[in-house]
Design a protein around this ligand. Sequence first.
Ligand code: PHE
Length: 461
Amino acid sequence: MSQPRDHWSSRAGFVLAAAGSAIGLGNLWKFPYIAWENDGGAFVLVYLVCIALVGLPIMLGEILLGRRSQKSAVGAIKEAAGKNWGFVGGLGVFTGFVILGYYAVIAGWGLRNFVMCLGWTLNGFPAQADLAGEFGLFLADWKAQFVTTVLFMAATVFVVLRGIGKGIESVSRRLMPLLMGILLLVLASALSMEGAGEALQFVFAPNFGELDINGVLEALGHSFFTLSLGMGAMITYGSYMGRDESIIRSSLVVVVLDTLIALVAAVAMFSVIFSVAGLQDQLGRSSVGMLFITLPSLFYNHVPLGSLLAPLFYILVSFAALTSTISILEVVAAYFIDERGMTRPRAVALTGGGTLILSVLCSLSLGAWGPISNFEIFPGKAGLLSTLDHLASNWLLPVGGLLTTIIVGWVLSAAITKGELVDDNTPTWFRYDLWRLVMRYVVPVAVGAIIIAVILGRDFS
Ligand code: PHE
């Protein structure tokens, strides 16, 4: 507690770091495949409504908790609602530990595909590649899993060790523009393909006949994950923010960027898929492997300038994942710094080491090591990685989000939240009363519905 608190070094610092946290595998990997699974159009529209009506209001709530207290998740919540609510912050820290455990493994696959594509670009695309088979072998190969996961965790620890301004902010400041540049190149190339029209239609033309209630709930659940809500990441990042910045403007930029990137990723991927005759039927309705298995060969065989774009694209995936993993590790490390008085190096070593162990276990749970690959707590979710993903997406984030909403909407007084949100920097279109109404009634009902759906057996992971 004796150390002075690190802050973002500029106004853009918070926005870039928070956008970096939000934009990640959720946008590039998960959104396209759940949009595909749910037949596009209507699902996308519902997702946009969830982002605006649930995601954005909660983000304002989380950031205000952090900025007001200048403390990370546990301290911020204790200060807002009293000691008895501290467990909500603790739940967030635990959720961060769980998510990082498996997220780092999937992020490592991005590195693997980068190296693989670089090889193909330099040496030529293999004539008879069995990519699905090879990916299966990669998942079951303990050395490959171990190496990619450890590399990714090491990069994460390295950044967080350097702190807020010099670590997280400076990495986000460099990587985010690069990421957007590469994604625009990929989009331009994909849009030049003949399937682009069909892809745009698929994503943007709603057909409500195709959407069921499960799709609505899935959209709602994903809006938490993609905006890094429900586990204290935005509380923690908000705690490094000064009072001279508008929470509303910054949040809006983050939410809009996150949404745009998800849409661009989906349009680009579907443009390629619709351009290849027969592929659509082959993929069927569910394609978790779209990003890691289907796409690489398409780059080389169909996408204009694909052999140049493929390695760039997978390095983009890794960058996007890195700016997310650093935000998760920061939540966990900041708890030990703020609440346990540890120095940053000690806290990062402890939490980085702990999550490294968990993530290595996850990386071995895809076939490499029998006992942790085969057990099943949740039906149909065999192995540690799938179990943790299920636990976080279905239970921890929605419950964390609901409790945070209750604290901000019901426990904190209107005078306090108004004081944080409404000042000279507040945009004129912002309606405080409407936000409070949404936080008190709309969000709890919507999120409560997800949790009830999960209790009744729905699965969002
Ligand atoms: N928002 C990140 C993504 O879309 C994942 C994430 C979840 C990051 C929770 C931080 C906290 O990939």
